[in-house]
Write a protein that binds this ligand. Structure first.
Ligand SMILES: [Zn+2]
Length: 429
């Protein structure tokens, strides 16, 4: 397949290439070259005329919980729910989805649901069960989540479990959150042991954190990525953000703030929030009854009080620019779709919030593409439009570097390329 006469924003951070042509072969990009030099090579397949369009790498959801969404449905509806969800992701330009914690058998369960699906589906990447303390987050007393976690208070045991797990998953996740010294908190020595085991197996480790001190300790333990914007000790001062910016930059640690999660948890039950989502194009009036009828709408969420979530969101929106300016690689992940109609919409909201936090639009795009690939150790093969990368891309009808809405508003999406297969109407060839 050849996509001709498009402006390519290849996702490496390089300048856009105007009037380019992109050649796809065997599910991968094989060439990106000026259209003027175009020669029709035999076997290149259909030619798509992308005139006036902008081709960007396929989006990555960097933090979601597929098993969380599935558990809300009766078993008989899970297969149809999941196949529809996968189609929605691709239709929204999301070609890779990373799952941040679920039972070890989740990959096989989901594969089963997709048997017989012929359309393109996103690549799914799994952490498998997370490491946490004894009855630590996300298990607490929710028995149905016991299979989501290795609960441990012992570094040797954690090391052995992590060695075994690392062979079966794409990356490893630890939850480093809780009162220090209590059984519910993963001990620091266990965190270090898990990092050592995963790195021995060539797998990256990300850590869910809560307070700034936990972020600092997790970085000291050697994790590759931090999940969630940290809660500052003093929200009135920028000093903590500057320290964190220097630390993450120095250690090349990725940062996935999940702003959309803090926004939804902090503003659950707030009708003005739904109004804003409608104004910003993430929700329609028709979605509202369904959202306010969800059992979780307006109810306290376990472990995350709403006022605290608002502090995390506000502080992150105000200070993410410092992290960006220090060179920290920020990754996009939405975590939940509580007030948003669907998980793909939650990711698009995350991208919008990153722009509102002051990230330049090229960095918003990097956050939604190669930085997610990077945090889980996949930057070599995916996340950009460069020869040999997996041919995942989104064709937009307007410049996403001129206005973030051109990326986050589905009205600007022409179609999605997933492993070299086109999803959407074919523009005139
Ligand atoms: Zn999460």
């Amino acid at each position: 397949m050849i996509i001709r006469h498009v402006t390519v924003i290849d996702g490496t951070g390089a300048d856009p290439i105007a009037d380019a042509e992109v050649v796809v072969a065997d599910g991968r990009f094989s060439a990106v070259r000026p259209a003027a030099s175009a020669e029709r090579a035999d076997g290149d397949g259909p030619v798509i005329d992308g005139r006036g369009g902008y081709l960007v790498p396929g989006l990555w959801e960097g933090h979601t919980h597929l098993s969380g969404y599935l558990l809300q449905r009766p078993e008989s509806e899970r297969a149809s729910f999941f196949t529809r969800l996968m189609a929605d992701f691709v239709a929204a330009g999301v070609t890779s989805v990373t799952d941040l914690g679920g039972p070890i058998g989740l990959r096989e369960e989901l594969r089963g649901y997709l048997a017989g699906v012929s359309g393109p589906v996103p690549e799914l990447l799994f952490s498998g069960p997370v490491f946490t303390g004894i009855e630590g987050w996300p298990v607490l007393d929710m028995k149905e989540r016991a299979s989501f976690a290795y609960q441990t208070d012992n570094a040797d045991q954690a090391y052995r479990q992590a060695l075994e797990l690392a062979d079966r998953v794409d990356f490893v996740k630890c939850v480093y959150d809780g009162e220090p010294g209590t059984p519910g908190k993963l001990p620091f020595e266990a965190l270090k042991a898990i990092v050592a085991a995963a790195h021995e197996k060539g797998k990256n480790v990300v850590a869910h954190i809560h307070h700034r001190s936990e972020l600092e300790e997790a970085v000291r333990a050697g994790v590759d990525g931090i999940e969630h914007a940290f809660l500052p000790d003093d929200a009135g001062s920028r000093a903590e953000a500057l320290d964190v910016a220097a630390l993450l930059s120095e250690t090349n640690t990725y940062y996935c703030p999940t702003l959309a999660a803090w926004e939804q948890l902090g503003r659950s039950g707030d009708e003005a929030y739904l109004r804003e989502l409608i104004d910003d194009g993430f929700l329609t009036e028709a979605d509202v009854p369904q959202i306010i009828s969800r059992p979780i709408w307006g109810r306290p969420f376990p472990h995350h009080p709403a006022d605290e979530c608002r502090v995390r969101l506000r502080y992150a929106l105000d200070t993410l620019g410092y992290l960006h300016d220090a060179g920290v690689r920020i990754a996009a992940g939405s975590d939940i779709a509580l007030a948003l109609p669907s998980p793909p919409k939650a990711l698009l909201r995350e991208l919008r919030l990153l722009a509102e936090a002051g990230l330049p639009r090229a960095s918003v795009l990097a956050a939604g593409t190669r930085h997610v690939a990077g945090k889980i150790g996949r930057e070599a093969t995916a996340g950009t439009i460069t020869p040999t990368a997996v041919a995942d891309a989104v064709l937009l009808d307007a410049d996403p570097l001129a206005d973030v809405a051109h990326l986050t508003d589905l009205a600007h999406h022409v179609g999605t390329l997933r492993q070299g297969r086109w999803d959407g109407e074919l523009p005139g060839a």
